[in-house]
Design a protein. Structure first.
Length: 258
């Protein structure tokens, strides 16, 4: 009789952004296999005698392959009742969940997914900007241009043509390249951008910019997420615009009444 594996989203870092289910499972898990992105504060919620195993892509100097992680998950389920595979953000967003689910299916191990708050949602909340907007952002696209995410090429032309918000994961050191590609694809240099580093953690940092100046900016500390689109207009500026619009409406309404 094998145990059950839960692929659990740990959210962006703040333990208060965990789901109740994630906390309950952490408290009863026999084994917790976690990524490097998962904060220590969250790991402290695990049962005191639980086995905590770091399986991030890199542990110390050693690279851990996806195959090794899959194996550890399956091996743990042979003796443990409850195995939590804890991933940063949401397990199904750039989380290699497809490979892990395939391995579990093949090994006949029962599993369940517990969603978490993905980085784009957390970053927008911290910056107090919407990801979609009735007036200027009909969609939001989660993308990554990072090679580690897969071999599929990112089609910047079709992405730029959505006119919606772009939430770019794992921008790494390629801010210049991303901005060049998006401008070549037709986005204006004045398109607002926001970089959110360490969203919801103590060392969170926000940097407001535009596509044109992105190339000359010092990349923020990882993990960081890049939001591109009208929604990323500097908060203070957009609040000022909203305030001016409401003032205009008040003035217009007053004019109509007069
Ligand atoms: N499954 C995760 C994403 C893993 S890919 C999720 O749903 O959020 C790793 C990338 O996620 C990082 O390179 C960064 O772009 C983003 N990320 C994760 N946590 C973050 C955080 N606290 N602040 C900003 N970006 C974060």
């Amino acid at each position: 009789m094998t145990g059950k594996v839960y692929l659990v989203g740990a959210g962006p870092g703040d333990p208060e952004l965990l789901t109740l289910k994630a906390i309950r499972l952490l408290r009863i898990a026999d084994v917790v296999l976690h990524d490097a992105l998962v904060s220590d504060e969250i790991l402290r919620l695990a049962r005191p005698h639980a086995q905590l195993i770091a399986v991030g892509k890199r542990v110390g100097d050693r690279r851990i392959t996806q195959r090794e992680t899959n194996r550890q998950m399956i091996d743990s389920a042979q003796w443990a009742n409850i195995v939590v595979r804890l991933k940063g953000g949401d397990p199904l967003v750039f989380g290699r969940a497809a490979e892990e689910m395939a391995a579990l299916r093949e090994a006949g191990v029962e599993f369940e997914i517990v969603p978490g708050i993905t980085a784009a949602i957390a970053a927008a909340a911290q910056a107090r900007i919407p990801l979609t907007d009735r007036e200027g952002a009909p969609s939001v696209t989660f993308i990554t241009a990072h090679k580690a995410a897969g071999d599929y090429p990112v089609d910047f032309t079709s992405i730029a043509s959505t006119n919606g918000t772009l939430a770019i994961y794992m921008p790494g050191g390629s801010y210049g390249e991303i901005s060049r590609q998006l401008m070549t694809a037709g986005l204006p240099a004045t398109t607002p951008c926001l970089m959110v580093s360490n969203a919801s953690r103590e060392n969170q940092a926000l940097q407001w910019s535009d596509l044109g100046s992105l190339q000359s900016m010092i990349p923020p500390e990882a993990p960081a997420l890049l939001i591109v689109g009208e929604v990323a207009r500097c908060r203070d500026e957009s609040e000022t615009v909203a305030w001016l619009q409401s003032q205009n409406e008040v003035l217009q309404a007053a004019g109509q009444e007069a």
